[in-house]
Design a binder for this molecule. Structure first.
Ligand code: ADP
Ligand code: MG
Length: 723
């Protein structure tokens, strides 16, 4: 707390301000110029105050915090510790035992820096109390002797080690005390208690975070009002929110911390449920843009022209989709089906239905590669019926007008779709399930029918929770004649023979994908990722397969280059396609039979399953080879599950159990929400909060108001904002 600035209030009483001096000065200036505005009001710290306004948080720290998704004071308070270090045992120096994890308090006797020959420094202090003396050392923290001057009071916490006759601490936590602190218990934040340890991030230490959070808690107590009714708190044995937040960071016992986590999990899940149900409600209020009149006879002509018989599941889903399309209110349906389950044809049927009603559609894909593939499929299926198909590319300048269906990436089609001239929008393979896209479309006064398609397997609980605002259709049946993909985990010593084996397959005229490991968790393909793929490509081309034709595919290539590489591979001109994990999303090349995945343990099972789904699209026996980058990781047994699991859905359930909710969609980058406290496997929590959210939305508008004040604490704020 020593870093906190002290100022005099208007009444002359000093108070501690967690605001930076700069902010205080700025406020002070305003105060003197406009005297009517009370100083206290200006100084008011709220949950929305940006962290950069806090004392000791400059732009550098604000940037680092931003990487942790912390922008406001509220975010900071909701930042969960990873664990707690138990320094609650406070002991007189004389009775500290070797190996004991303990806190001692005393007065600094001597303190100095020792300089080593290698230009390093060692900090040595000796501290005493009535029962003995103890030495503590640190390395390369030359400011410590300055802080802990002889005569000052200090609290140290760490593991005591025998040293000669006495015990000593190496790099203990330390905290300066005032003489009052010496008398009172419970005033320390880094020692002498359960101490929160936050997830590590470069340049933001747990000590630093603790020092920022501690002074905020008493100041924000009034802001952190409980908003849930007493009855719910009782029924669910929840601690009130203000208490939960204090105990989250500074619990007096682990049981208290646990209760705090329980309360915050409830908080988080109610917020999600409210957001989802609110989205549903606002969707149901939308007016349909263009009503479709679908003539069965025309539709049947198309259906009977299909090059294959629809599976039972496809027929069921077709009925569900057509049912929606005939309504006066806009469809908002999520079509979930494993890779290769045949979602595209469902989209084609819907697009055709709009066409025979004389209306336009848009088909959005997440990548250009996929958009180009859709173009081919849709052309094949729909061009014979006189449909005009337009591909929207980044190089295109003029406005499209004369077409029946526009195909392109989400990014490119936005503008077109925003004109509101489409009766149907299909959003394909969107990991984030098109939440943002749908949100944009919701804003329009005339809403189109929306069909969102995904291959990402969704566990039932998750679907009910996160997609409660959508109607769900599931393709749970594969088209006939699919071969099972043999999946092997390859240990490092078998790498060479795996390459030899692959060469054999290629000699037989087959083709292979080699997918590079995930480097970073990021929403987009990063430069680092591209570089890694490029290096691996060079290595394979020069050292491993110099005699074969290899090509490289990643998101940073120009669209022309991308198309060129895909076409070369499709036509069999290249044997091996080396790619970043972008290839995951939906490319369909029947002659490819081998999928080799590097750094496999970094992927989620469901995501590996999707990657694997790139092969086995034809009738030839297909293989998936998983190379773990670290053979020692415990992830290996997890990978073996891929050898036996039947469906993506099963794998998603495994991911949920084994890696937690953030990983359901393979990597965090595909995560829909980043849950901090709640677990999606907690079905009871999901059910309870779902019911509560419904009650709040239906009856208790007062609660909702309170809640929307409180949503400041939630990352879902934008979802809940009244529309
Ligand atoms: P996904 O669901 O992964 O998008 P696609 O729509 O790309 O799958 O379909 C995968 C492949 O299966 C395509 O080549 C498609 O032509 C084919 N297909 C789809 N439905 C059937 C069916 N009922 N019978 C046979 N093949 C089908
Ligand atoms: Mg697809």
């Amino acid at each position: 707390m020593s870093e906190t600035c002290s100022r005099k209030t208007a009444h002359g009483v000093p108070f501690l301000s967690p605001l930076s001096l700069g902010t205080q000065r700025k406020l002070h200036r305003v105060w003197t110029s406009k005297e009517r505005v009370s100083y206290n009001l200006l100084m008011k710290l709220t949950l929305k105050t940006p962290v950069r306004a806090l004392h000791m948080v400059g732009p550098t720290y604000a940037g680092r915090l931003n990487k942790l998704d912390i922008d406001s004071v509220g975010d900071l308070l909701m930042h969960p510790p990873r664990r707690y270090e138990d320094y609650s045992r406070v002991s007189p120096i004389g009775s500290v035992q070797n190996g004991e994890v303990v806190t001692i308090r005393g007065q600094v006797k001597t303190s100095r820096n020792v300089f080593t020959r290698s230009h390093k420094t060692i900090q040595k202090i000796v501290i005493t109390d009535q029962t003995g003396t103890l030495k503590a050392t640190w390395f390369n923290q030359p400011y410590i002797p300055n802080t802990l001057k002889p005569g000052s009071w200090v609290s140290l916490a760490g593991t005591a080690q025998q040293f000669g006759k006495g015990v000593q601490f190496t790099s203990p936590e330390y905290e300066k005390l005032s003489s009052t602190d010496m008398r009172e218990k419970g005033t320390t934040i880094h020692t002498g208690r359960l101490v929160p340890v936050y997830p590590e991030t470069k340049g933001v230490s747990s000590k630093w975070i603790r020092s920022r959070i501690a002074p905020l808690l008493p100041l924000l107590a009034s802001e952190l009002e409980e908003w849930l009714p007493e009855s719910i708190l009782k029924q669910e044995s929840l601690v009130p929110l203000p208490k939960a937040i204090v105990s989250l960071h500074f619990p007096s016992a682990l049981s208290e911390a646990k209760k705090a986590w329980g309360r915050l999990a409830f908080e988080e899940m109610v917020n999600i449920q409210l957001a989802v149900q609110n989205r549903r409600k606002s969707w149901d209020r939308r007016k349909l843009g263009k009503k479709l009149v679908i003539e069965d006879s025309k539709l049947n002509v198309f259906l009977s022209s299909l090059p294959f018989r629809l599976t039972q599941a496809q027929r069921r889903v077709t009925q569900e989709v057509l049912g929606d399309l005939g309504q006066d209110k806009p469809m908002n349906r999520l079509l979930q089906g494993d890779v290769g389950s045949g979602k595209t044809v469902i989209a084609a049927i819907a697009i055709y239905a709009a066409f025979i009603s004389g209306e336009k559609s848009a088909l959005m894909a997440p990548t250009e590669i996929l958009a180009m593939q859709h173009l081919e499929t849709i052309k094949k299926l729909l061009a014979p019926f006189g449909m005009r198909i337009a591909m929207v590319t980044s190089s295109m300048k003029e406005n499209l007008t004369k077409y029946d269906v526009a195909i392109g990436t989400h990014a490119l089609l936005y503008k077109t779709v925003e004109t509101g001239s489409h009766a149907l929008v299909v959003i394909d393979e969107q990991h984030r399930f098109g939440v943002e896209q749908r949100a944009l479309l919701i804003k329009k006064s005339r809403t189109p029918h929306i069909l969102t398609m995904t291959a990402t397997p969704i566990p039932r609980t998750v679907a009910l929770t996160l997609y409660g605002d959508l109607d769900l259709s599931i393709l749970d049946e594969m088209p006939p004649g699919r071969v099972r993909i043999k999946t092997w985990v390859i240990p490092p010593h078998k790498r060479e023979s795996a390459y030899r084996w692959m060469r054999e397959r290629i000699k037989l005229g087959e083709q292979a994908f080699i997918v590079c490991p995930l480097i970073e968790e990021s929403t987009n393909e990063t430069m680092l990722q591209v570089r890694a793929a490029t290096e691996e490509f060079d290595r394979l081309k020069d050292k491993v397969f110099p005699d074969l034709a290899l090509s490289l595919l990643h998101g940073r290539l120009s669209s022309r280059k991308k198309e060129e590489e895909i076409q070369k591979f499709r036509k069999g001109k290249t044997n091996i396609l080396v790619t970043t994990p972008v290839v995951e999303v939906g490319i369909d090349i029947t002659n490819a039979t081998v999928m080799m995945i590097e750094g496999a343990e970094r992927f989620g099972l469901a995501q590996l399953h999707q990657l694997r789904g790139r092969v086995g699209r034809g009738i030839k026996e297909s293989y998936c080879l998983l190379f773990p980058s670290n053979p020692k990781t415990q992830g290996l047994s997890r990978l073996r599950i891929l050898g036996t699991a039947k469906s993506g859905g099963q794998l998603a359930e495994f991911d949920l159990k084994l890696r937690g909710p953030g990983e359901i969609y393979g990597t965090k980058q595909h995560g829909y929400v980043n849950l901090k406290y709640a677990e999606l496997s907690d079905t009871r929590l999901i059910a309870t909060t779902q019911r509560l959210a419904r009650e709040i939305l239906e009856e208790n508008s007062k609660l909702l108001k309170l809640q929307s004040v409180r949503t400041k604490l939630s990352t879902l704020e934008k979802d809940i904002e009244p529309n």
